[in-house]
Design a binder for this molecule. Structure first.
Ligand code: PAF
Length: 301
């Protein structure tokens, strides 16, 4: 095994959960010679088959100094509360989820030297048994969210570049979060409702709704002081649909497997902010209701 450069070995990465994106990061980091541990409810080894290679991940050894937390928006606060007693006083935490509304709740939980980052990614991954597929080749944007994170910039950037790169770093995550929110507000509920792959949304019949949804997101972003160019965001959504055409979105998968979805942090967040500003967002409202109904269905689709 190749020697790990000292800047990489200074942080020993732990991945929370065994979701597809987390395991993709774990496999890619292992291939780049980082030692990886998993943080799971049941501390057991996890096996993955990725690109013809077998990976075995063992439970993380505490204390933890670098943690990637690619868990759902509704689970991230509890995940971090569970990690807190096991973190070093200068640990670096990278959260990565769809939707908005968690950062302001996490920052006050951390000690002054503990860094918090947000990583937003358009990579797609799918887990089928032990097999892990990289179904959408995307990219990621990484932002330090506090001073302690800014002090560790290059080390965390390099690791995330190996995990879910190519990564660009920004000091201001807001516009990127809104762009990603637009992507998720279109792709996730539509693929869940129509039970289709992301690529199916390239069909002509979805285009007017795609444009209308993005317009509503841009209106709310603008009310929050983030200026987005609707035409550019619509193009970006279409680009992600093309790049991840074979992928089944996380929300489509959640509905198929009768799991809770992130709808409240995506279209639900847009509807909530719209109410706050007295703006109407009928298309987002409609998709929110449809997904909530699917989520509450007892059996089957
Ligand atoms: O949630 C997802 O599935 C992903 O964020 C994305 C980019 C829509 C790809 O499927």
């Amino acid at each position: 095994m190749a020697q790990i450069p000292s800047s990489q070995s200074a942080l020993s990465w732990t991945i929370v959960g065994k979701g597809a994106i987390g395991l993709l990061a774990a496999c890619r980091l292992t291939l780049a010679n980082y030692p990886i541990g998993l943080w799971l409810r049941q501390p057991l080894a996890v096996y993955s088959q990725f690109k013809g290679q077998q990976f075995r991940f063992t439970p993380a050894v505490t204390p933890l100094n670098a943690v990637l937390i690619p868990v759902k928006s509704y689970a991230v606060i509890d995940a971090i509360k569970g990690l807190l007693p096991f973190l070093t006083s200068n640990a670096q935490l990278v959260i990565s989820h769809n939707g908005m509304g968690t950062i302001s709740q996490i920052l006050p939980l951390l000690q002054p030297d503990q860094g918090l980052w947000f990583l937003t990614t358009t990579h797609g991954a799918l887990k089928q048994g032990v097999n892990l597929f990289h179904t959408g080749n995307g990219q990621s944007v990484l932002a330090p969210l506090n001073t302690a994170a800014k002090q560790q910039s290059s080390v965390v950037h390099r690791a995330m570049d190996d995990a879910l790169g190519p990564v660009i770093t920004t000091e201001n995550i807001e516009p990127f979060l809104w762009q990603k929110l637009a992507v998720n507000a279109v792709i996730n509920p539509l693929t869940a409702i129509h039970n289709c792959s992301n690529g199916a949304l390239a069909e002509a019949r979805f285009q007017p709704l795609l444009d209308a949804l993005v317009l509503e997101v841009c209106q709310i972003a603008s009310a929050e002081g983030v200026v987005l160019e609707p035409t550019q965001i619509q193009q970006n959504v279409r680009q992600v649909i093309r790049n991840t055409a074979e992928n089944y979105s996380s929300m489509q998968q959640d509905i198929v497997h009768q799991r809770r979805t992130e709808i409240n942090a995506i279209n639900g967040f847009i509807v909530q902010q719209a109410r706050h500003y007295g703006i109407t967002v009928p298309h987002n409202e409609n998709l929110l209701q449809q997904v909530l109904e699917l989520e509450n269905r007892p059996y089957g689709r």
